[in-house]
Design a protein around this ligand. Structure first.
Ligand SMILES: [Zn+2]
Length: 495
């Protein structure tokens, strides 16, 4: 055997077919088969009998006989694949189509490819990865979702459904669908009308989802509003789910119901309607901080509220309720918490509760005492800083209360002064009017009298009542009342 016949030196990996005469047939035929030889035969079925005969130094008939006994099928054709090519073939064969293999292994015929694969016990990877739909020509992943894979269908499910639908719509309703335009054969309004009547008199149950894009939903919603004579913003804000039901426009997109709010936003984006302006805000809408921020920004812009006014008390619960934000208010303990939240999250400023009172002029000069009204602050600061008395504001702290048994009422007086182990209660009756006209002021006057009667009846305390006129003319009344009180009770002069 001349190695010059082979283009590549490692002849072991060559499948060849050269005219070689039987060598030593007679001698070799009696040689016992070793386990190594048998294994070699099993491992090299892709080689031809001739080659094996050469490699094992046995006759062709001996190889053939042994092979049959072992159930082996040796390769008989002539072909040339070197080791690398062979390994490549093993990898590529399962993945590629016949044509692709032929292109790569151009020196092999189709038959040789098949034969070699058979010899090597290679199997086609039958699981298609992608498949071009024979109908629409679109290539999809070959999954059960896209094709009826169990039945080996090559027509995509979309196309199959389409064909079925076209037949069904015609048989059931007499609706003729163009095979190209399909559902778009008719406008959204025509489909809407089919909900009430079709060519054969039956009603369709719903508009095909393919039609339900935003553009069509807007057309549909406008159409339904027209049918119901709804054309103002306030009318639209009053719409609810029932309206959708009654007008047969309840639909889901991606399992999400299209709400009345969605319809409005799709149809009238320029109206910029906020969810809380609708009849009902969803229960947990304000669980999301972003929604709270969104709403607060909207209130401030909508009502043209300046930063100072936010702090100064422009954000009231009455305002929020009026704007449909009751549920937002309920997320906070107090309106002050909303203001702090607003400053923190929207203006990126940290403020304290004292800042709020200060801005509302409810904070004393001392920086800590909070009063109920601006006038009380004035009274407090005058007594504390001008008259230099150690006055305390006790109403906002609610630390001291008095119980009026006669009327079953609790009182939280505004201020107290301690002097010689006695307590002076000072009340500022800011809403007191001599001749009150409204119910509120009449009741306030009555309560003022009840308080005075009560405090004066207590022998353990002294009582001073102050009124708005007492702070006029540079606190003339306050000065006089306290001065005469001290002169009378303690014979003490105050300048
Ligand atoms: Zn298709």
């Amino acid at each position: 055997m001349g190695s010059s016949h082979f283009p590549i030196s490692s002849s072991l990996f060559f499948i060849f077919d050269i005219g070689i005469n039987d060598i030593g047939v007679f001698n070799m035929s009696y040689k016992k088969w070793t386990d190594e030889e048998i294994q070699f035969l099993k491992d090299n079925q892709y080689k031809s009998i001739k080659e094996l005969s050469l490699l094992l130094n046995r006759s062709k008939s001996a190889i053939d006989l042994k092979g049959r006994k072992l159930g082996l099928k040796f390769y008989t054709e002539s072909l040339i694949l070197n080791h690398e090519e062979l390994e490549k073939f093993k990898i590529l064969y399962p993945q590629l189509k016949r044509k692709q293999l032929k292109d790569i292994f151009s020196n092999l015929s189709y038959n040789q490819i098949q034969e070699l694969a058979f010899r090597l016990n290679l199997k086609k990877n039958h699981k298609l990865k992608y498949c071009k739909c024979t109908c629409c020509g679109v290539e999809y992943e070959y999954t059960d979702q896209n094709f009826l894979t169990k039945l080996n269908h090559k027509k995509c499910r979309n196309c199959r459904n389409l064909e079925q639908n076209i037949t069904e719509y015609y048989n059931k309703y007499g609706i003729i669908l163009d095979s190209k335009k399909y559902f778009f054969t008719y406008s959204i309004i025509q489909w809407y009308d089919f909900l009430f009547k079709t060519p054969n008199g039956k009603k369709i149950k719903f508009i095909p989802r393919e039609l339900l894009n935003n553009e069509n939903l807007a057309i549909l919603f406008k159409h339904v509003l027209n049918l119901n004579n709804i054309n103002t913003r306030s009318q639209i804000l009053k719409l609810n789910k029932k309206f959708l039901y009654e007008n047969k426009i309840c639909y889901k997109i991606n399992k999400q119901e299209i709400s009345i709010y969605d319809y409005i936003n799709i149809t009238f984006p320029e109206m910029n309607i906020k969810l809380w302006e609708m009849v009902r805000t969803p229960n947990n809408y304000f669980d999301k901080e972003d929604n709270i921020i969104d709403a607060l920004k909207w209130v401030v812009i909508n009502r043209n509220i300046s930063e100072d006014n936010v702090l100064g008390g422009a954000l009231t619960s009455t305002l929020f309720r009026k704007l449909g934000l009751r549920m937002l208010v309920e997320k906070f303990n107090t309106m002050d918490d909303i203001i702090i939240f607003y400053y923190h999250k929207i203006l990126n400023k940290n403020i304290k509760i004292e800042d709020i009172y200060k801005s509302r002029k409810l904070l004393s000069k001392d920086g800590t005492t909070i009063c109920n009204s601006t006038e009380e602050v004035l009274v407090f600061d005058f007594i504390k800083y001008t008259m230099n008395l150690n006055i305390k504001c006790i109403s906002t702290q609610k630390t001291k209360s008095f119980y009026n048994e006669k009327y079953n009422e609790y009182y939280y007086p505004d201020f107290s002064l301690e002097y010689l182990n006695r307590i002076i209660i000072i009340e500022y009756f800011g809403m007191y009017e001599k001749n009150p006209k409204t119910k509120l002021y009449i009741e306030y006057k009555n309560k003022t009298f009840r308080k005075i009667e009560y405090y004066k009846s207590r022998k353990d305390i002294y009582f001073i009542d102050l009124y708005p006129q007492d702070i006029r003319w540079d606190y003339k009344g306050v000065k006089n009342k306290l001065a005469s009180f001290f002169m009378f009770n303690f014979n003490n002069n105050i300048k």
